[in-house]
Design a protein around this ligand. Structure first.
Ligand SMILES: [Zn+2]
Length: 73
């Protein structure tokens, strides 16, 4: 079962929850302030906080991240 992160709009803390994929977008209470103003955040494994979308994709070509050539898309 995947672990999802939820960012709290009230206290800006994140809450992690292990949930079925079917429940991923359902509301969850913040475990820090118990607010329900939470939004599902992307996994930190895929999007480190230091590299947001304002940095251009590295490498040539289609931007798929494969440095060794075209990805075939
Ligand atoms: Zn909170």
């Amino acid at each position: 079962m995947p672990i999802y992160e939820y960012a709290c709009d009230d206290c800006t803390e994140t809450t992690e929850a292990r949930r079925p994929m079917a429940d991923a977008d359902k509301p969850i209470a913040c475990e820090h302030c118990h607010s329900t103003h939470t939004r599902r955040a992307l996994s930190t494994f895929l999007t480190p906080a230091s590299s947001r979308s304002d940095s251009p994709p590295s490498g040539p070509g289609c931007g798929c991240g494969n440095p060794h050539g075209p990805c075939g898309m």
